[in-house]
Design a protein around this ligand. Sequence first.
Ligand code: FES
Length: 134
Amino acid sequence: MERVVHTMPQDPKSEDEVVWITYVLRDGTKKKIRGKVGDNVMYLAHRYDIELEGACEASLACSTCHVYVDDAFANKLDEPKEEEEDMLDQAPALRPNSRLGCQIILRKDLDGMTVTLPQMTRNFYVDGHKPQPH
Ligand code: FES
């Protein structure tokens, strides 16, 4: 019988660290994730197989981790750095609440935040990627 391990090393150590975040996927499905203080919104998505690209591995050299932050929380985030603004300028379907997911680090006051994946991203990696036959 398959053994299921529930405790992951990244799990929050206490309830004080828990930060719930909801991802709205491209098809409109909502996925509520139990994250923790210090988690990066892009890497957290990857851990739960949410299709949020991160082509440059959080080095502020792409816009594939583009998300919309819901208005109630958009103002709570730190102002974007100049590099983030520059990359966002290249993201398709930019909105006032657009941010780069890899630059959002969860804090306790972001508990309950919703981020929405845009319908499209400009993905340099996939665009130039040739799928290998299986
Ligand atoms: S992953 Fe490239 S800027 Fe976020």
